[in-house]
Design a protein around this ligand. Structure first.
Ligand code: ME8
Length: 483
């Protein structure tokens, strides 16, 4: 049996989850569900990144201990993923004991390899991004990534010999580590410059894992966080590690590709471990045309969206509204338009129309699958395999539109006997097959369709026309108009 190990970034718990976090996690969920549909052995990991100065500061501002803050916010992520029907296999927290001991064990390996040395860090640091910045990278004295203020740092630190692995990393990226290509090119051009060794400890941050060779330092939060992908599998001895490592795909937002495609592989090379197969970067969401921010008050809460519009509608919107690899904009009015114009007017109405007639039909539903060509099965599968979920979902809906057109043309309400049986067969089978492909995107809608059609949970092998034998029941609408 093939295995598939997919991860999301682990999210900072200085605050609650928003639409961006939901987006990455829904993409990972769709991929995990797709691979399960193919009967693969899937491990889907998500979790929370709980150490570092940013969390320390957020806790102090809220008059809480870091532990109180991370417990509270980590729980909010779990609640959000439950609401959004996220089928993760494991939720890791970097404050979990097993993770902390794996980090220490890993550092010992890198130390023994001779890849860690003591020095002094002189430069800048962006606290919101938890990243080191050199003087030449500053843009008008601010962080080049987020434009916020940076701190000047001069402190004793331990360094990881990142520069030693530069050539191997360039090769790895040239060989296709990063999806899509534009993000790979960006990293490759950055690698044309100097690659400096990485400061991996902070003396001035106390909310972190103690550096095992000098407890007056704590481990740099990114060095700690990246290791979640191993510790979650109970590295080094766990059976999950043996079964699932290396990761098939690390999903990330475009701003953290560098950490996953340069620093992370170098860490693994140093420890002598196999490298992940892919790092996939997706684009960013703006909200109502602007960058999301607390001060603008436009942060979209995924829990609220799921409660208001249903998990499936929100999931559908996230994947349908913008190409996976591009940036896009969220607005509540376009979410409503898609629910009314697509989920209700296309999908829900098709199912209701066909089932209303099929429910009353007395004879045997049989036919010749003349509409097989309308559902572009092969293309849909190819897009799933390319991880182009946006195109896969578009094609599924294109199919649904075509079936609607077919029903309009055939006017089954005017037909009877064999002719009617044939139109019903074609429409019901097309709906059933579409529901197989919809399953990763909208799991509970697909389940409702299966129930209406009287069939059991389906897998990809069911996506073929065959004899229709069950009794159907129209039941309630899948989606209703929202105002
Ligand atoms: O970076 N649009 O955590 P984080 C789309 N803890 N996706 C977005 C987004 C937006 N506007 N904003 C955030 C961290 N994301 C580290 C990761 S991994 C070892 C450590 C998503 O809480 C996107 O996936 O800042 C991005 O990479 C991630 O949230 C950043 O989450």
């Amino acid at each position: 049996m093939e295995k598939f190990y997919v991860t999301t970034p682990i999210y900072y718990v200085n605050d609650k989850p928003h639409i961006g976090h939901a987006y990455t996690t829904v993409i990972a969920d769709v991929l995990a569900r797709w691979h399960r549909l193919n009967n693969e052995n899937v491990f889907f990991l998500t979790g929370t990144d709980e150490h570092g100065g940013k969390i320390e500061k957020a806790a102090a501002e809220k008059h809480k201990t870091p532990k109180e803050l991370v417990d509270e916010n980590s729980q909010r992520y779990k609640t959000a993923w439950e609401k959004l029907d996220i089928s993760y296999d494991k939720f890791i927290r970097t404050t979990d004991e097993y993770h902390e001991s794996a980090v220490k064990e890993f550092i010992k390996k890198v130390w023994d390899k001779g890849d860690i040395y003591k020095g002094e860090y002189v430069g800048f640091y962006c606290l919101p991004d938890e990243r080191y910045i050199t003087e030449s990278e500053l843009v008008n004295g601010k962080c080049p990534d987020c434009g916020r203020d940076v701190q000047k740092i001069k402190e004793e630190a331990y360094f990881f010999r990142l520069s030693k692995y530069k050539e191997q990393i360039v090769k790895l990226i040239e060989n296709g580590l990063i999806i899509p290509e534009k993000n790979a090119n960006e990293i490759l051009s950055r690698l044309k410059g100097d690659l400096k060794d990485l400061d991996i400890t902070r003396k001035s941050v106390s909310w972190g894992i103690k550096f095992p060779f000098d407890e007056s330092h704590s481990v740099y939060v990114w060095f700690d966080a990246l290791l979640n992908y191993l510790s979650a599998l109970n590295w080094p001895d766990g059976k999950e590690f043996k079964e699932f490592w290396p990761a098939d795909i690390h999903l990330v937002g475009k701003e953290i590709v560098w950490f996953h495609s340069v620093i992370w592989p170098a860490m693994l090379l140093s420890a002598g471990l196999p490298l992940p197969k892919n790092v996939m970067a997706h684009g960013w969401w703006t909200v109502e045309g602007r960058k999301m921010s607390k001060s603008l008050g436009n942060v979209v809460d995924p829990i609220e969206m799921a409660d208001k519009y249903s998990a499936d509608a929100f999931r559908y919107f996230l994947l349908r509204e913008k190409p996976t690899w591009e940036d896009g904009n969220f607005s509540e009015s376009s979410l409503k338009e898609r629910i009314n114009g697509e989920l209700m007017a296309n999908l829900s109405n098709l199912v209701a129309r066909v089932l209303t007639i099929a429910e009353r039909f007395e004879g045997k539903i049989e036919g010749n699958a003349e509409i097989e060509a309308l559902i572009k099965k092969q293309e849909i599968i190819e897009n799933f395999e390319k991880k182009d979920l946006y195109s896969a979902l578009n094609l599924v809906f294109e199919g649904i539109r075509q079936v609607n057109r077919y029903v309009n043309d055939k006017e089954p309400w005017r037909l009877e006997g064999k002719e009617l049986a044939n139109v019903l067969y074609n429409s019901l089978e097309a709906i059933r097959i579409s529901s197989v492909f919809l399953k990763p995107f909208m799991p509970s809608t697909a389940e409702k369709i299966e129930k209406k059609l009287g069939i059991k949970a389906q897998s990809l092998s069911d996506a073929v026309f065959r004899e229709f034998t069950t009794k159907v029941e129209r039941g309630e609408n899948l989606f209703n108009k929202v105002i």
